[in-house]
Write a protein that binds this ligand. Structure first.
Ligand code: AMP
Length: 435
């Protein structure tokens, strides 16, 4: 990677630095349930504090309405409801204004940061309002201000120029360390730099680490290189499949995605998840693998049930059948035992492994065995570089206590998938090149 990092920034003492972090952590009843992203941001924040910078931290949290903006914008879901006459725009915003400052505030993150950073973080209750401006102005060297949720302004996602200018007025130097949001081109992730509002833009240590492990492994993998993809839909991962087939030796496909491939090969898949529009695409990928001498591995046996569990973690009766012979009244919900062994054996002989997406409906303990088996295989693959590309697979590894047995667990599901696609992420492309 040839982008400037915080280490390349000189004379930080007294400089005002705006750091875009990804503090979009899962929360339940105001309690943070996984603080991986907060921990991931600490090296950059601590380094800037040690250098005597005056630091403004900013992040989004969830998908709120633009409750801090004068102009109200509704999301697609809301618009549908309004158009159907189920509710009014006013009612939606009134409810959002009541609930979201409590549900989607970054205040719990500020509290946790203060515990981790010795009470050096002031929390601003707005983003570009009077409180934020006063707190940023009062920030001392080696201290931080955390702004409230950026997405309380629609201007964040729409890259509004005036909003970018206000954010830029907080800083002399901009640092992006929000890997989880680096694939988004928003005001605070890219536009503030693209509009020429900051002269110096570097990445933080988290982005540097994520890129060095993932981009390097994709560009210069030690072979054999095994890529494992799972999750629900083929359509979400079209370019990922195609790009990985060019780079890896073996591409393993599990999860709901596998059934479209199995149908493309002429198998019977019962009522399993399928995307009929992508059958030709799957045939193309099977041919591409064959022509390039790559191995494309699909499940050989499948755990099936008569219907999808409802609720998702409800008790469920299952049996295992051959993946290409799923009875007409059954749906595939996890990979079977033989497949678990087949996939784990492939991982055992690999030198580079990347994984994204669950092998089954892992939210249900009966249907989590395939996902657990893959996580276990990566944890056991000592001597190989093992990379988990965020999202559900990262959560599974963390829950199973495998985190320190895996080379790298990404903090960004969507961002790492775009790296696997071979895309350049806007939040990284905009940063200054190293001198
Ligand atoms: P994604 O967001 O594409 O990574 O998909 C994750 C979701 O895929 C999880 O919620 C899983 O429950 C779901 N999933 C995995 N395997 C299957 C399957 N065989 N049938 C239906 N859903 C599945």
């Amino acid at each position: 990677m040839n982008k400037m990092t915080v280490k390349d920034l000189k004379d930080l003492k007294g400089k005002r630095v705006l750091v875009r972090c990804d503090f979009n952590v899962p929360m339940k009843d105001g309690v943070i349930t996984d603080e991986n992203r907060i921990i991931g941001a600490l090296p950059t924040i601590k380094y800037l504090m040690e250098q005597g910078a005056k630091i403004t931290l900013c992040s989004h949290m969830g998908k709120p309405h633009s409750i801090f903006s004068d102009e109200v914008k509704l999301n697609k879901k809301d618009k549908k409801k309004v158009d159907a006459g189920e509710t009014t725009a006013e009612a939606i915003i009134e409810k959002a204004k009541k609930d979201e400052p409590k549900k989607l505030t970054l205040a719990p993150v500020a509290k946790r940061l203060n515990e981790l950073l010795g009470n050096k973080v002031a929390f601003a209750t707005d983003v570009v309002g009077a409180d934020a401006q006063a707190k940023v102005a009062a920030c001392k060297e080696g201290e931080c201000v955390l702004l409230e949720n950026l997405r309380f302004h629609w201007e964040e996602e729409k890259k509004d120029l005036e909003f970018c200018k206000k954010l830029a007025s907080y800083c002399d130097v901009y640092v992006n360390d929000a890997f989880g949001t680096a694939h988004r081109s928003h005001a605070s992730t890219a536009a503030i730099v693209e509009y020429g509002l900051v002269n110096t833009a570097a990445c933080g240590f988290l982005i540097e680490k994520e890129l060095s492990v993932m981009a390097d492994s994709l560009e210069r993998p030690v072979h054999p290189f095994v890529a494992i993809l799972g999750g629900a839909k083929v359509a979400d991962k079209l370019n990922v499949i195609s790009n990985l087939l060019e780079k890896c030796d073996t591409l393993i496909i599990g999860g709901g995605m596998a059934y479209t491939f199995i149908k493309a090969q002429g198998g019977s898949i019962g009522t399993s998840l399928v995307d009929d529009e992508k059958i030709d695409y799957c045939k193309e990928m099977i041919a591409k693998a064959k022509a390039a001498g790559k191995e494309l591995l699909l499940p050989v046996d499948t755990v099936v049930a008569k219907s999808f569990p409802d609720p998702i973690d409800a008790p469920i009766d299952v049996t295992t059948v051959a993946s290409c012979e799923i009875p007409a009244d059954s749906m595939g919900l996890d990979i079977g035992e033989q497949t678990r062994k087949l996939f784990a054996d492939k991982v055992k002989s690999a030198k580079t492994v990347i994984w994204n997406g669950p092998m089954g409906v892992f939210e249900n303990p009966v249907l989590a065995k395939g996902t657990i088996a893959v996580a276990q295989a990566l944890a056991d693959a000592q001597g190989a570089t093992t990379i988990v590309g965020g999202g559900d697979s990262a959560a599974a590894c963390a829950q199973l206590g495998f985190a320190d047995k895996i080379t790298h667990i990404s903090t960004g599901g969507g961002a790492s998938l775009e790296l696997f696609e071979g895309k350049v992420l806007p939040g990284i492309a905009c940063l200054n090149e190293k001198n």
